[in-house]
Design a protein around this ligand. Structure first.
Ligand code: S3P
Length: 184
């Protein structure tokens, strides 16, 4: 098998968009960010898509643009955290590339997300206000419980205990090399 696409999945804040471009660079692949493609296609930020058109419209666009990545060759593609938590999307990605789940412990995720929560519509309350720490914890915990069974079906599940970006990149590359000779 010669995989041409690597899909990075995992919860918001797991490092997909940070590690993705560096992993791509090491492999000599191009980098694509599905959220950025959605923003470009919609012509507005993700928070505006959610606020003006609703989550269903966002998910429809996400599903369409995910399938358009079939055109990409030798590409690392960072997906939004919810993209592969829909059965059809997950099956499609598993059939069109190597899916890598960046698994980050819950406490670490909260640390990372507490600051950036205002720009992530799913981490706000019903009125669009930021949640205090305890409610944010509960919300992320509940979302993780629902999503984990999907994430676990990735071809590669990587426990990201490493905090330094350089070492985390090394771990991803090592796992890819172990997974398939195509990356060696
Ligand atoms: C989402 C994650 C976001 C973005 C949208 C929905 C999710 O991407 O796609 O806000 O459902 O987890 P990141 O995972 O890059 O933050």
């Amino acid at each position: 098998m010669h995989p041409t696409r690597i899909y990075l999945t995992g919860f918001m804040g797991s490092g997909k968009s940070t590690l993705g471009p560096i992993v791509a660079n090491v492999l000599g692949y191009t980098f694509q960010d599905l959220d950025a493609a959605i923003v470009e296609r919609a012509g507005k930020p993700i928070s505006a898509i959610f606020a003006e058109e609703g989550e269903a419209a966002f998910r429809a666009l996400e599903a369409t643009l995910l399938r358009e990545t079939e055109r990409d060759k030798e590409a690392v593609i960072a997906l939004g955290g919810g993209a592969l938590t829909f059965e059809e999307n997950l099956r499609w990605a598993l059939n069109h590339g190597v899916v890598v789940y960046l698994k980050v412990p819950l406490e670490e995720l909260i640390e990372r997300l507490i600051h950036g929560r205002s720009v992530r519509p799913l981490l706000l309350d019903a009125k669009g206000e930021v949640l205090p720490y305890d409610l944010l914890f509960e919300k992320i915990n509940a979302m993780m419980e629902r999503r984990e069974p999907y994430y676990q079906r990735a071809h590669i599940v990587l426990e990201m205990d490493e905090h330094r970006v350089g070492s985390a990149v090394d771990e991803v590359i090592k796992a890819l090399r172990q997974y398939g000779k195509a990356f060696s």
